[in-house]
Design a protein around this ligand. Structure first.
Ligand code: GSH
Length: 208
């Protein structure tokens, strides 16, 4: 399988986490977003969104990080990351859907305002946007924190794709100043994810 990724991208990391945990050898092709490598005609032919990640499995091209994760897991029947039991599987899909619909945008505003904006020379953080981002973050962090009360993992008793999807944006919790202080369950759970070999193996080297 060939995986077009950028190691700094949380969505790319989701696909890499799944591949690593499942023991699927992937040929990672690094795509430079700043140089516009996701906007070339050849890349857009594969992924018209001009985004990473994109998977190419012997001509089968797939984009959307969570779909890629599920596809990878389904090539390894019986694995714990995507349980076979219908209710557990639906629960994984529920949290991966919530992650894309609510959690990513909540984290994303703070990543842009507090971290990327300056790095891309787009000016200082806008206090109004930061405040709105923090409110959005709190709205959804409360839900995830409540879910994790008394639980080690988001679904069932073992890590699943849902944990990796939900944790990926938190790789930037610190530089993006995500207000995690009052969410003790999220912090404990994130500590569990960070201990996984797959998390360590996919940790990018952060620029200063
Ligand atoms: N929903 C997509 C989002 C992918 C996405 O936003 N990728 C970012 C990097 S994390 C990207 O490639 N951005 C480039 C752009 O927006 O032009 C997924 O989950 O794969």
């Amino acid at each position: 399988m060939k995986l077009y990724v950028n190691p700094m991208s949380p969505n790319s990391r989701k696909a890499l986490l799944a591949a690593h945990d499942l023991g699927i050898p992937v040929e990672a092709q690094v795509v430079d977003l700043v140089k516009g490598e996701t906007k070339t005609p050849a890349y857009l032919k594969m992924n018209p969104n001009g985004m990473v990640p994109t998977l190419d499995d012997d001509g089968f091209v797939l984009w959307e990080s969570n779909a890629i994760m599920q596809y990878m897991a389904s090539t390894k029947p019986g694995n714990a990351l995507l349980p076979d039991e219908p209710k557990a599987r639906a629960d994984v899909l529920r949290w991966q859907s919530w992650e894309l619909a609510h959690w990513d945008p909540a984290c994303g505003t703070l990543i842009w305002e507090n971290m990327l904006k300056q790095a891309f020379g787009a000016g200082a953080a806008d206090p109004v946007a930061v405040k709105a981002g923090e409110e959005k973050f709190h709205r959804f962090a409360r839900i995830l924190d409540a879910r994790l009360a008394g639980r080690e993992w988001v679904v069932g008793a073992a890590p699943t794709l849902a944990d990796y999807s939900l944790a990926s944006y938190l790789m930037y919790a610190q530089p993006a100043k995500m207000p995690l202080d009052s969410y003790s369950n999220i912090k404990r759970w994130l500590g569990n994810v960070e201990k996984r070999e797959a998390w360590k193996a996919t940790q990018p080297r952060m620029p200063a």
